[in-house]
Design a binder for this molecule. Structure first.
Ligand SMILES: [Zn+2]
Ligand SMILES: [Zn+2]
Length: 230
């Protein structure tokens, strides 16, 4: 299982591109989120042809804004088989289809939609309303024989993800968590709220402007980890 980030910025940190990652997992090349900077980043890095599965944490534009471009490109330019979009709930699939129908008319022509239950080793954590009021959001946990990766998505209440992780068998776990350095940011997790959860896991922060990182923050930022960047 290998994860490479395509960007690590927050919604407005365009210098650091939208937070998204390409995960090699159980034979898939799974794109986690597809915000408005992701399609051009994939093309620029020559990685777009690798993407064969897609999973989204939520439908804010910095997480899904270039999905239609990616689907159209795969069909029209690459002429590759339809990518699989893994969806965590019927309701989320409906929302995603409404979003795509406006842009591509018939989403089924460009992607195969498959429910998450059909994939071994992926757990979704429903984080509804814990990033933005009334907004459906998810965290995901990916697991193979030797390792577990947790990906928070946008989340201001880290306890929901860590409660789930603490109920799982003890294996090497790496947590990628959104992070903010502003205590009054209610949509994301203030770094000090993550400190109690650092024991026993490898933790990295993303979805931030790394230049704002306070000197007393012990959580490593994905942005500075060369080996985690695509
Ligand atoms: Zn975001
Ligand atoms: Zn968001």
């Amino acid at each position: 299982m290998d994860i490479k980030f395509l960007g690590t910025g927050g919604a407005f940190d365009t210098d650091y591109l939208n937070s998204a990652a390409l995960l090699e997992f159980r034979g898939m090349n799974l794109l986690i989120d597809c915000g408005f900077t992701v399609f051009p980043a994939l093309v620029r890095k020559n990685l777009i042809q690798k993407v064969n599965h897609i999973i989204l944490t939520h439908l804010h534009n910095d997480h899904c804004g270039s999905l239609a471009n990616l689907l159209l490109y795969k069909s029209i330019v690459e002429k590759s088989p339809k990518p699989v979009i893994i969806y965590p709930s019927e309701q989320f699939k409906q929302q995603l289809c409404v979003f795509l129908e406006i842009q591509v008319k018939d989403p089924d022509k460009y992607a195969d939609f498959v429910p998450l239950e059909q994939f071994d080793g992926i757990t979704c954590v429903d984080t509804y309303g814990k990033h933005s009021e009334g907004m459906q959001t998810y965290s995901y946990i990916f697991e193979d024989e030797e390792k577990r990766i947790a990906y928070s998505g946008d989340l201001s209440r880290p306890e929901v993800l860590f409660d789930r992780l603490h109920k799982m068998p003890d294996i090497k776990t790496c947590v990628f968590h959104d992070i903010t350095f502003t205590p009054d940011n209610v949509g994301h997790t203030y770094y000090k709220k993550l400190l109690p959860y650092m024991n026993g896991v490898e933790m990295y922060g993303y979805h931030c402007d790394p230049t704002k990182n306070p000197s007393d923050n012990p959580i490593r930022l994905v942005f500075y980890q060369q080996e985690l960047m695509a």
